[in-house]
Design a protein around this ligand. Structure first.
Ligand code: ADP
Ligand code: MG
Length: 463
C-alpha cells in the first residue's frame, strides 16, 4: 500500500509531466484540436519514464493516434526520454485497462507483426487496409492500380505508382494499404513507408552522423519504397539528388516505388526535371473528392467499425454538408460520437447539425496565427522571435509579411488581432503586408510556389 503522501507525489509529478506534454502539443496543433482532444485528458500517475493518462473514451485514443501519432511519439521522447511510454486509461470502460498489452501510444514493440518480419521500423499503420477503403468513382483507378500492385509488387507496369489529389482524400490510406498487403502476402519482402519530410529528416541525420552511405544502401535494399507527400522535396536539392539515385537503383532492379503528391508530377515546379520525368514512367492516378453515395458509404463503414448504427437522415445530413475532405467527414462522425458519449446524449439530427457547424465554421478558426507563424518560419528558416521583433532584415520582413498574409487568408482573425501577434504592429502594417504579398503571389512564381506549399502544409497540419 502506498502512503497518502506518496500517492500525492506521484499525482503531482504526473501533472507536471503532462503540463510539459501539453505545452509542446499546444504549439503544434490547431487550438480547436487542442481544446477538443488534448485538454480533456487527465494525468494520473508518473513512474520513471511511464506516464499514465486518463481519457474519456476510445475515440480520443483513436483520433489522436490517427492524426498526431508522430507528434505524440516525438513528445514522448522529448519529455519522457527514449524509453518513454504513455499508457492510457479509459474512465467508463474499466475492462479496457490493461497495462501489460501494448497501447496505441506505445512505441511498436519488437514483437509487433510488421517488425517481427522486418528488422526495421516499416512505419506502416495496420489500420489502413483495402478492406476499409471504400470504392468510389473518384478513386477507382487509384484503388484498382493499388490492388494490382499489392498483388504483384514490382511486376506491373505501374512503377512507380504516382497518386495525387487534395488533402484528406485517401492517398496515405491507399499507399499504406498496399504496404500492409504486401507484407501480409509476402512476409519476406522489405517494405518501408515514409513521408518525404521524414525521409529528409533521416537524411539530414545521416549527413550529421557521417552515415550517408549506409542510409542510401538501406533504402536501396527495399523491395517496396513508399514515399508520401513528395511535394515537400521541393527546394531540398540534396535530398532530391540522393532520392534520384535510390529511385534509379530500385527501379532498375524491378523494385516497387509508390509516391504521392498534392498535384500531378508536371505541376511540381521546383522539383528536379529528371525526377519529374521519372515519376511519369509508371502510372499517374488522381483521387477526386468522393460523390454523395461514396460519402454515405464511408460514414456507414466508419460507424460500423465502432459498432454504432446511425440513422440515415443523420448520415445524409453530414454527407450533404461535408463534401470535399474525407478526413473531415470522419472527424465529424468521431466528434459526434465523442460528444454524444461524453454528455450521454443520443445522436440526433440536432447534435449532428451542431457538430457539422462546428467543423465547418471552425475549419478556418482552428488554424492559429501562432501555428502559421511557426510553419512559415520553419520553412523559410527564419527565427520566429525575429518575426515578432522589429527586425528589418530582408528575409525576416518577407517571412513576417507571408505569415501575416496567410493569417489573413487562413484564419478569421481581424487585422488588429493579426497585428498584435506580430509584436503589436497596427492594422495598416498588416494591410500593407497583405497587398505586398498578394502582388508577389500574382507576379512572382517563386512566391506563388512558396505560398502554395505553405498553405498545404498548414492545412495538412504538418509543420
Ligand atoms: P490524404 O493522404 O489524401 O490526405 P488520407 O489517406 O490521410 O488522405 O485520408 C484521410 C482519412 O480519410 C483517413 O482516415 C482515411 O482512412 C480516410 N479515407 C480516405 N479515403 C477513404 C475511403 N475511400 N474509404 C474509407 N476511408 C477513407
Ligand atoms: Mg496523406
Amino acid at each position: 500500500m502506498k502512503s497518502n503522501s506518496t500517492v500525492l507525489a506521484v499525482e503531482l509529478e504526473a501533472k507536471q509531466i503532462w503540463k510539459q506534454f501539453l505545452e509542446i502539443i499546444k504549439s503544434n496543433v490547431p487550438a480547436l484540436t487542442y481544446n477538443t482532444w488534448f485538454l480533456p485528458i487527465k494525468p494520473v500517475e508518473a513512474n520513471d519514464s511511464v506516464l499514465k493518462i486518463q481519457v474519456p473514451n476510445n475515440f480520443f485514443i483513436e483520433w489522436i493516434d490517427e492524426h498526431y501519432n508522430t507528434l505524440i511519439n516525438r513528445t514522448i521522447s522529448q519529455v519522457l526520454g527514449e524509453d518513454g511510454k504513455l499508457i492510457y486509461i479509459i474512465v467508463e470502460e474499466p475492462e479496457i485497462i490493461n497495462e501489460d498489452e501494448p497501447t496505441l501510444f506505445d512505441r511498436p514493440e519488437p514483437e509487433s507483426p510488421a517488425k517481427a518480419k522486418n528488422s526495421f521500423e516499416t512505419f506502416l499503420n495496420p489500420r489502413y487496409k483495402f478492406d476499409n477503403f471504400i470504392k468510389g468513382e473518384g478513386n477507382q483507378l487509384a484503388r484498382a492500380a493499388s490492388v494490382a500492385i499489392a498483388e504483384n509488387p514490382g511486376e506491373t507496369s505501374f512503377n512507380p505508382l504516382f497518386l495525387y489529389g487534395g488533402v484528406g482524400l485517401g492517398k496515405t490510406h491507399l499507399m499504406q494499404a498496399i504496404g500492409n498487403k504486401i507484407i501480409e502476402s509476402f512476409p519476406d519482402k522489405k517494405v518501408i513507408y515514409l513521408s518525404s519530410e521524414h525521409f529528409t529528416v533521416e537524411f539530414v541525420d545521416a549527413i550529421q552522423n557521417n552515415t550517408v552511405n549506409e542510409f542510401s544502401n538501406f533504402y536501396k535494399s527495399m523491395d517496396t519504397l513508399i514515399i508520401d507527400d513528395i511535394q515537400f522535396l521541393i527546394g531540398k536539392e540534396k535530398t532530391q539528388d540522393l532520392f534520384f539515385h535510390i529511385f534509379n537503383t530500385l527501379h532498375q532492379a524491378g523494385k516497387q516505388i509508390i509516391l504521392s503528391s498534392d498535384k500531378p508530377p508536371k505541376d511540381l515546379k521546383g522539383l528536379n526535371e529528371r525526377l519529374i520525368s521519372r515519376f511519369q514512367w509508371g502510372l499517374t492516378a488522381d483521387i477526386q473528392p468522393p460523390d454523395f453515395e461514396t460519402r454515405i458509404a464511408i460514414l456507414k463503414n466508419k460507424g460500423n467499425s465502432y459498432g454504432i448504427e446511425i440513422q440515415n437522415e443523420i448520415l445524409e445530413y453530414i454527407a450533404m454538408n461535408i463534401t470535399s475532405n474525407i478526413r473531415e467527414l470522419e472527424g465529424c462522425l468521431i466528434k459526434l460520437l465523442a460528444s454524444s458519449s461524453l454528455n450521454s446524449k443520443e445522436i440526433d439530427l440536432n447534435l449532428a447539425k451542431k457538430t457539422v457547424k462546428e467543423i465547418s465554421t471552425d475549419r478556418r478558426v482552428s488554424i492559429s496565427i501562432e501555428y502559421i507563424t511557426q510553419v512559415v518560419c520553419k520553412y523559410l528558416k527564419v527565427d520566429e522571435n525575429k518575426v515578432r521583433e522589429k527586425n528589418r532584415r530582408k528575409e525576416v520582413v518577407l517571412a513576417r509579411q507571408i505569415a501575416m498574409y496567410l493569417s489573413k487568408k487562413l484564419t478569421k482573425s481581424s487585422l488588429k488581432t493579426i497585428g498584435l501577434h506580430f509584436g503589436g504592429r497596427d492594422h495598416s502594417t498588416v494591410i500593407h503586408a497583405f497587398n505586398t504579398i498578394e502582388h508577389l503571389f500574382e507576379n512572382d512564381s517563386f512566391i506563388k510556389e512558396t505560398l502554395d506549399t505553405l498553405t498545404s502544409k498548414i492545412e495538412l497540419g504538418a509543420a
